[in-house]
Ligand binder design. Structure first.
Ligand SMILES: Nc1ncnc2c1ncn2[C@@H]1O[C@H](COP(=O)(O)OP(=O)(O)OP(=O)(O)O)[C@@H](O)[C@H]1O
Length: 644
C-alpha cells in the first residue's frame, strides 16, 4: 500500500528537466583529460560530451535549479536498516554454483523496447522483494505511462547504449564462484605452479633478503644482495604492520595537498618531461642495473608516476616480452633504511601473494643502487583513458564494473583490502581484463586462523574516492572503504564526472547528497545539517558552516530566488544513473559503513548478478555477447585505440 501510494506520487510529479543543469563547459575531470589526451573528435564523442548527464557538480556554494517539485524521497537510512547481509551472503553462496552459466532467453521472451520499462519494473520489484520492507522510491522506476519524469532524461542519455540486438538481452547470470575467489586454477603464475619456496636460507633469492639496519654506515651507497651475512627475510605480517603504521604520515602529505583533479590523471606531459630528463642520463642509469637489465631488458617510456614512485616499461630482448617496472620513490630523510625497505617490500609482498584475472601479477622485486624495482605484468590500456574517450556503452561499463568487483571480492576473500581504488588504479589488458594495480595502501584486515577483524587507520586514498568514515573515524573497516570507492568508480564510468570532490560537508555536492529530506512536513537545511552532524558519520569540514538559507522549505527542493531548485539527498545522484543500477549504488554509498553493502551483498544485487561479464576460463577469454570493449591507452602509447 505504501509503495502504491509512493508510486502514484511519483507519477504525478512534473517533469524535471536535466537540461536546465547542463552547461557547455566540460567538467574538471573532462578538462584535465582534454588537456592531456588527444581524443579523436568523432561525432559520437562530441555528442556524448554535450549530452553528458549533468551532475549536480557545483563548485559554487549554492547551485540553482529550476523550480519543479520532485518526487518525495524516503531516507536511505531507513532503507538500509533493512539490508540483511546474512541473507545476501546465503543467496550469494547458493547461487555461486550457477556462476557464468549463460541463460538463453527464447526470442519470444525478449522484451521489445516498449516492454523494457515494464521489465525494469519487474526486476525492481524483485529487488524490493529481496528487501521486503524497502519502500524507497529510489528503487521504484516510473512507468512510461505515467507523467513524464526526470528518469526519462537520464535514460535518454544512455539511449544509444541500449542493447540493439536480441542477443544483447541474453544475460549471463554471474556470481563469483569459489574458483573466482581463490583465483584461476590455470593461472600460469599461480602459486602451485611456481617452484616451491626454498627452506635453506642460502637458497633464498637475493630479492627476498633484506639488509639489517646499519646505523654506522647509514649513508653507504652500495648494497648488493647476497653480500650480507646478516640478511634476514621479513614476515608479511611485520611488513604490513609497519607499513600501516606509516600510512597516516605518508598519505597525510598527499591528502593535504590541494585538490587538483589532474592528480588523478597520469600526466603524460609530466611523464614525458621526466622521460626526457631521465633519458639524458639513461646511459648512466642503464650501466648501474646489470641485474635488472639482465632479467628484464631495458627501460622504455614512463607509464605513469605517483606518490609511490614511477612505473616504466621494460622490454626483454630474448622474447620481446614487455613488463611494467615500478621504481619506488627514494627514501625520505625521516625514514630509516629498514622502515623504507619494509614499506616498499610490503607492496611487493601483497601483490605477489595475489593471483586472479582481475589483479595485476606482481612478478619480482629487485634492489639495486639503493632503489627498489617491482616487476609486474604489463597491461597496455588504462581505465581512465577508456572512460574519458566517451565511447563506452552501458553493457561495457557494467562488465568493467563487475570485473572490478570480482577483483575486490578475491582481495577481500584473501583477508586484504586495497584502500586506494580509483580509475587510475585500473589497467586493462588485451583480453579486456580489468586489472587492479597499486597495493601500496593495502592492509590485512584478517589474518589466517584469526577470527577478529583488524580495523585500519589513517586517511588513505584519493579525495573524490574516499569513504567518509576515513575522515571521521580513527579506526574503520577497510572493506567498506573499498565498496564505497567501487561505487564512486561506477559513477565516474557512467557520468564521466566525480559526484563530489571530497566527502565533507564543506563540499556542496556531498553536503546536498547527505541531506535527507523528511517524508512529511517542512524541510529546513539547518535541521538536516544538524541531523547529519549528530550522526557523526560525516566530517563537517568547516566547523563554522551554517546552512546558507535557513528558512523552511515546504518540500525537499529548495527554491532559489532565481527560480532554480535544489535537489537534496541521494536522489540527486541516483536520478542521473540508469534505474537498474540505483539500488546497488545507493547501498554502496551508505554513509554508515555498518549498513553499507559488503561485497557479497553487491553480488547478490539483481543488477550486478545479471551483468554479462567477459572473463577468463582455462586461459581462454569467454566473451560476453552483449558488448565490445573499447581499448584506449594513454597518449604516447604505441597501442592504437581498438574495439574488441
Ligand atoms: N602493470 C602496469 N601496467 C600498465 N601500466 C601500469 C602498471 N602499473 C602501473 N601502471 C601505470 O603507472 C601509474 C602509476 O602506478 P601506481 O599507481 O602503482 O603508482 P603510485 O606511485 O602508487 O601512484 P599513486 O600515487 O596514484 O598511488 C598507474 O596509474 C598506471 O597508469
Amino acid at each position: 500500500m505504501i509503495a502504491a501510494y509512493k508510486m502514484s506520487e511519483l507519477h504525478s510529479a512534473p517533469k524535471f528537466s536535466l537540461q536546465d543543469n547542463q552547461s557547455d563547459e566540460s567538467s574538471p575531470l573532462e578538462k584535465s583529460f582534454q588537456d592531456k589526451v588527444h581524443v579523436e573528435e568523432s561525432p559520437k564523442f562530441a555528442l556524448e560530451v554535450d549530452a553528458a548527464p549533468p551532475l549536480p557538480h557545483e563548485d559554487q556554494e549554492h547551485s540553482h535549479e529550476p523550480s519543479h517539485p520532485l518526487p518525495r524521497v524516503q531516507s536511505p537510512i531507513q532503507v538500509n536498516d533493512y539490508v540483511d547481509h546474512k541473507l545476501a551472503e546465503d543467496r550469494y553462496r547458493s547461487s555461486a554454483a550457477r556462476n557464468f552459466e549463460p541463460i538463453s532467453i527464447p526470442n519470444s521472451q525478449i522484451p521489445s523496447d516498449d516492454e523494457a520499462d515494464e521489465d525494469d519494473h519487474i526486476s525492481s520489484q524483485a529487488s524490493a522483494a529481496f528487501h521486503p520492507k524497502n519502500t524507497s522510491p529510489y528503487l521504484h522506476p516510473l512507468s512510461k505511462s505515467g507523467s513524464p519524469s526526470n528518469e526519462e532524461d537520464s535514460d535518454d542519455h544512455h539511449q544509444d547504449s541500449k542493447p540493439s540486438s536480441p542477443s544483447a538481452f541474453r544475460f549471463v547470470r554471474g556470481f563469483p564462484s569459489s574458483e573466482d575467489l581463490i583465483g584461476d586454477p590455470n593461472d600460469p603464475y599461480r602459486r602451485t605452479r611456481r617452484a616451491p619456496i626454498k627452506s635453506d636460507p642460502r637458497e633464498i633469492p637475493s630479492q627476498f633478503i633484506f639488509k639489517k639496519p646499519d646505523h654506522k654506515h647509514h649513508h653507504s651507497n652500495h648494497h648488493h644482495h647476497g653480500n650480507h651475512s646478516n640478511s634476514s627475510s621479513l614476515s608479511l605480517k611485520s611488513l604490513l604492520h609497519s607499513h600501516d603504521k606509516h600510512d597516516k604520515h605518508d598519505k597525510h602529505e598527499k591528502h593535504h595537498s590541494s585538490l587538483d583533479l589532474r592528480r588523478f590523471f597520469k600526466s603524460n606531459q609530466k611523464s614525458d618531461k621526466k622521460g626526457v630528463s631521465k633519458s639524458k642520463s639513461s646511459s648512466s642509469i642503464q650501466d648501474d642495473h646489470f641485474g635488472l637489465f639482465k632479467k628484464y631488458g631495458k627501460f622504455g617510456r614512463i607509464l605513469g608516476s605517483g606518490a609511490g614512485g614511477s612505473v616504466r616499461i621494460m622490454k626483454r630482448s630474448s622474447d620481446s616480452k614487455i613488463f611494467a617496472v615500478k621504481e619506488f620513490r627514494s627514501r625520505r630523510p625521516s625514514e630509516s633504511e629498514r622502515e623504507y625497505a619494509r614499506k616498499v617490500t610490503a607492496e611487493f609482498c601483497v601483490g605477489s601473494a595475489l593471483h586472479h584475472t582481475n589483479i595485476i601479477e606482481t612478478l619480482d622485486i629487485i634492489e639495486e643502487n639503493n632503489k627498489f624495482y617491482e616487476v609486474m605484468e604489463y597491461a597496455p590500456y588504462d581505465m581512465f583513458s577508456i572512460v574519458m574517450s566517451g565511447q563506452m556503452a552501458l553493457p561495457e561499463i557494467y562488465c568493467c564494473f563487475k570485473q572490478l568487483l570480482s577483483g575486490v571480492a578475491y582481495l577481500h576473500s584473501m583477508g586484504l583490502a586495497h584502500r586506494d581504488l580509483k580509475l587510475d588504479n585500473l589497467v586493462v589488458d588485451e583480453n579486456c581484463s580489468v586489472k587492479i594495480i597499486d597495493f601500496g595502501s593495502a592492509v590485512v584486515y584478517k589474518y589466517p586462523f584469526e577470527a577478529d577483524i583488524v580495523e585500519a587507520t589513517g586517511v588513505v586514498g584519493s579525495d573524490p574516492y574516499l569513504a567518509p568514515e576515513t575522515l571521521t573515524k580513527k579506526l574503520y573497516d577497510p572493506r567498506a572503504v573499498d565498496i564505497w570507492s567501487c561505487a564512486i568508480i561506477y559513477c565516474c564510468m557512467a557520468l564521466r564526472r566525480f559526484p563530489w570532490k571530497y566527502p565533507k560537508l564543506s563540499d556542496n555536492s556531498f553536503r546536498l547528497f547527505c541531506m535527507i529530506p523528511p517524508t512529511k512536513g517542512d524541510f529546513s537545511e539547518d535541521e538536516a545539517l544538524k541531523t547529519i552532524k549528530d550522526r557523526g558519520l560525516v566530517d563537517p569540514g568547516l566547523s563554522s558552516y551554517k546552512a546558507p538559507n535557513a528558512q523552511q522549505h515546504s518540500s525537499e527542493h529548495k527554491v532559489h530566488a532565481s527560480g532554480k531548485q535544489e535537489v537534496y539527498g541521494p536522489w540527486r545522484l541516483l536520478r542521473l544513473l540508469p534505474r537498474d543500477t540505483r539500488a546497488a549504488v545507493l547501498h554502496m554509498l551508505e554513509l554508515d559503513p555498518k549498513k553499507r553493502y559488503d561485497i557479497h551483498s553487491v553480488f547478490a544485487d539483481d543488477w550486478v548478478a545479471n551483468i554479462s561479464m567477459c572473463h577468463m576460463q582455462n586461459n581462454k577469454l569467454i566473451r560476453s555477447p552483449t558488448h565490445l570493449h573499447n581499448l584506449v591507452s594513454p597518449e604516447g602509447s604505441p597501442y592504437p585505440h581498438v574495439k574488441r
